[in-house]
Design a binder for this molecule. Structure first.
Ligand code: ATP
Ligand code: MG
Length: 554
């Protein structure tokens, strides 16, 4: 039997609406402004909107909210589409708010004709002053008394380019004494002589968000228009326009946006990180963008799982980045190919090993009951990690030390007989012997060792570059930290190891492959890899090293 999950509050609303026959089926929309790349917060909104439509047999439109010509670009439109598809969702229709410019203009004209909108010549300071404050009612200025004919004439002239930017605005005649500041004769059209990524120079007046969003929902017959909590104060105006224009009654519902530890979740801040080169690009693997996470090796299923786990709430909170990493690990543990890679090599010579090479059989993924196998070459000279050896080990040190024994993964138990040093007393090599009866899977030696090390055969190793990522910020709650958020950037968020030694199976890889480097973490291939230089991104560590770190310090 499948586990019954309790409904979230939006599902409750939808089930009630459907039961009461308010709608035959539901239509949701995802309405990004194409002014940046999508981040994990958007993923939450995408999973919610598309998820609801999937669950209730409805549909979801992708609508680009492109009413602001200055910040919007086609590059962003393309990236947004790619990200939604990668997440595993498909939209019923691809729409643009700019497709509705003519219709929205008509709506504005309707309001003017009803005496519900007027052209105001005041500058923005005066408009703000006249609006009053939440406790002081606003006052209308003389322009509010313009006749319908005069308003129609002026609005047409605005459209025709007669005026300069900001010279005039069109305002709704709503309620100057409303406790809701958004209702105090909000600006609904502004003049902006700017090129638009889709409509070019056709328009020099553009609708404001509040005048475009609800009406676009209505034009598309959106039944449940879901947005984040900061839009609660906009809802009254949303309903006012729909009511006054007597158009399809879409409804707005609000849920808490996703905030996550150790990162920022605002396109404006992310753009700053890119422009000021704190990261390399929007898809830098340290970015909380969907494209950054994809490049880092996070799976779409893991992101969906994460969005499902955090659920939908009506109150803001801060989600632990560790939860996302947990979801990423869970998915990768099932799918990643196990490989051995040595980051900081220490040479071992196995003095009693006389064969040129012995191929040992290792599982690609022991978590997979149908695992495939690969052959790994074992030879006289191998590398292990420098920090898998200590000359003077503390108690309970299960790795290698003089006279000590360890198992080499999938191969033999070895014993360290001699430490070779250079003139400066650096350890440069270990001379070891192997125990021929101790072969993994066929061990008759009777020797028990606690440590198992990863290793690579020097003669067969291939070189690669590895990029190790850590959290982008040093503090948990970046949004609430005092001062400029950029002061909290973690200076050690990227560590590059330009020459690591990998087992030869890693010479033949596909871009989609996911790896677990034994004892190191999960890795994927970076898109900057070339035929000569393969670059691995660390997707996530094996365990939450950070949690351990915090415990140690407290
Ligand atoms: P940002 O503040 O990051 O620029 P935005 O809200 O301006 O985001 P939009 O492109 O307008 O970005 O957002 C598209 C949709 O995604 C909206 O419905 C918005 O409410 C939702 N959304 C944006 N950020 C989050 C978030 N952190 N959590 C959940 N939903 C979000
Ligand atoms: Mg927005």
């Amino acid at each position: 039997m499948s586990e019954e999950k309790s409904l979230n509050f939006i599902e409750e609303i939808i089930e009630k609406d459907l039961a009461e026959g308010k709608h035959a089926s539901i239509i949701t929309r995802f309405p990004p402004e194409p002014n940046g790349y999508l981040h994990i917060g958007h993923a939450k909104s995408i999973c919610l909107n598309f998820g609801l439509a999937n669950k209730y047999g409805g549909k979801t439109n992708l609508r680009f909210d492109d009413t602001n010509p200055v910040t919007e670009e086609t590059e962003y439109v393309e990236s947004i589409k790619a990200d939604i598809q990668w997440l595993g969702f498909s939209w019923a229709n691809e729409f643009y708010a700019s497709d509705y410019f003519e219709k929205l203009y008509e709506f504005a004209t309707t309001l003017i004709k009803k005496g519900l909108a007027y052209v105001d010549d005041s500058n923005s300071d005066d408009i703000a002053k006249q609006k009053g404050s939440p406790t002081v009612p606003g006052v209308r200025n003389k322009y509010a008394d313009r006749t319908v004919e005069e308003n129609l004439e002026l609005f047409t002239a605005m459209r025709n380019g007669k005026y300069a930017d900001s010279e005039k605005v069109l305002r709704a005649k709503a309620d100057m004494s409303s406790p809701n500041m958004h209702m105090r004769d909000p600006i609904i059209y502004r003049i902006k002589h700017a090129h638009h990524h889709r409509t070019g120079n056709k328009w020099c007046i553009y609708p404001m968000y509040d005048f475009a969003h609800g009406q676009s929902d209505s034009i598309e017959n959106i039944t449940h228009s879901i947005c984040t909590l900061e839009f609660i104060p906009h809802r009254e105006l949303y309903n006012w326009f729909i009511d006054k224009l007597a158009i399809f009654p879409s409804h707005q519902y609000e849920f808490a946006r996703l905030n996550m530890t150790y990162t920022v979740m605002s396109k404006r801040k992310l753009l700053q990180l890119v422009n000021e080169k704190h990261v390399t690009s929007w898809d830098d693997p340290r970015m909380p963008t969907i494209s950054g996470m994809r490049r880092r090796g996070y799976g779409a299923a893991a992101l969906r799982d994460f969005c499902d786990k955090i659920g939908i709430a009506k109150r803001e909170n801060l989600i632990d980045l560790g939860l996302l990493e947990f979801c990423v690990r869970e998915e990768l543990n099932k799918t990643a190919l196990r490989r051995m890679v040595v980051f900081h090599p220490l040479k071992i010579t196995i003095t009693n090993f006389d064969k040129e090479v012995e191929w040992v059989n290792l599982e690609d993924n022991p978590e997979d009951p149908n695992t495939t196998y690969r052959q790994v070459p074992f030879s006289k000279e191998i590398y292990i990690e420098q920090d898998d050896f200590m000359e003077q080990p503390p108690k309970k040190y299960f790795r290698l030390f003089p006279g000590g024994k360890v198992r080499l993964k999938g191969a033999y138990i070895i014993q360290c007989d001699e430490v070779v040093k250079d003139n400066e007393n650096n350890i440069v090599e270990l001379k070891c012997t192997y125990i021929p009866e101790s072969k993994s899977g066929n061990d008759t030696s009777g020797i028990h060792v606690k440590g198992t090390l990863h290793w690579v055969s020097i003669a067969h190793a291939i070189n690669a570059e590895v990029k190790l990522y850590d959290r982008l910020f040093k503090v948990e709650n970046v949004a609430e930290a005092e001062g400029d958020f950029k002061e909290y950037i973690n200076p050690d968020s990227l560590q590059i190891l330009d020459k690591v030694y990998a087992e030869p199976a890693l010479a033949n890889v596909n871009f989609d492959d996911r790896f677990q480097f034994l004892r190191k973490g999960y890795f994927c291939i970076d898109k900057d890899s070339t035929a000569n230089q393969i670059i691995f991104n660390r997707t996530v560590t094996l365990k939450d090293g950070w949690a351990k770190e915090v415990k140690k310090q407290s």
